[in-house]
Design a protein around this ligand. Structure first.
Ligand code: CA
Length: 237
């Protein structure tokens, strides 16, 4: 997991955006600023943020329209959105929440309030408990001890392979595309090629030995971990 959450600020007023960015940076977060929906969309296409601070009144598409669009897109629908609204816009708040915003905050707001709200949506977003132990097939992943066992015996595994397995094993029996794995495992992947995923999957299988068969390639779609591998060639569709 990255320890610096990436926060996309969509705000057309540079002074407000700058103030927010400085405060986020001072509190261990990594802010990115876009002044309208189009540039925000380009940011999102390049790197999926951990949360979005979305101003209501923007040139071009409004915050409301953007919130609806990002909620409808499978890639962004899990990203928390905090709407920034002007004081007294009560109906706006309701429409914002209807459009899929997770929370709203009224301008002017205190830095402490903003940080508290952001931390709250980030916590809600990460259901994967760091201490959790997960068992699938013969694989045991003990996240607290950062340890992986195959049939009860410790497996030597690299940090990226550990993160990859940690994600796959907590979302089993489902196919994840390379793009989705880059988003969820690497996060900040603007300079990482999809082929990198293949390299780490290969290493993960090698580390697991016979347990590597549980990590299946789904041709043309991506990868899946399963308690009941199909058998035969792993590369089979
Ligand atoms: Ca504005």
């Amino acid at each position: 997991m990255r320890n610096q959450p990436r926060i996309l600020i969509v705000e057309d007023e540079p002074a407000i955006a700058e103030l927010i960015a400085v405060n986020l940076r001072h509190n261990g977060m990594s802010p990115v600023w876009s002044e309208d929906g189009d540039s925000a969309q380009r940011e999102i296409d390049a790197v999926l943020p951990d949360a979005i601070l979305l101003d209501w009144m923007l040139p071009g598409a409004s915050g409301l329209q953007l919130a609806r669009r990002w909620r409808a897109d499978p890639r962004t629908k899990g990203v928390p959105i905090l709407m920034l609204t002007a004081r007294g816009d009560e109906p706006d708040k309701v429409s914002g929440l209807d459009a899929g915003a997770d929370d709203y905050i009224t301008k002017p707001f205190s830095t402490q309030e903003l940080l508290a709200r952001i931390r709250a949506v980030l916590r809600r977003r990460s259901p994967e408990k760091a201490e959790e132990t997960v068992v699938l097939g013969g694989i045991t992943l003990d996240a607290a001890a950062h340890r992986v066992l195959w049939n009860g015996r410790p497996v030597k595994i690299g940090p990226t392979e550990f993160k990859l397995l940690n994600f796959l094993i907590k979302h089993p029996e489902r196919v994840h595309s390379r793009q989705q794995l880059l988003d969820r495992v690497w996060g900040d992947h603007v300079f990482i090629e999809e082929r990198t995923v293949d390299v780490h999957v290969k290493r993960l299988r090698e580390a697991l030995g016979p347990g590597g068969a549980l990590v299946e390639t789904v041709r043309g779609a991506g990868y899946r971990i399963t308690a009941q591998p199909a058998g035969g060639s792993r590369e089979a569709a």
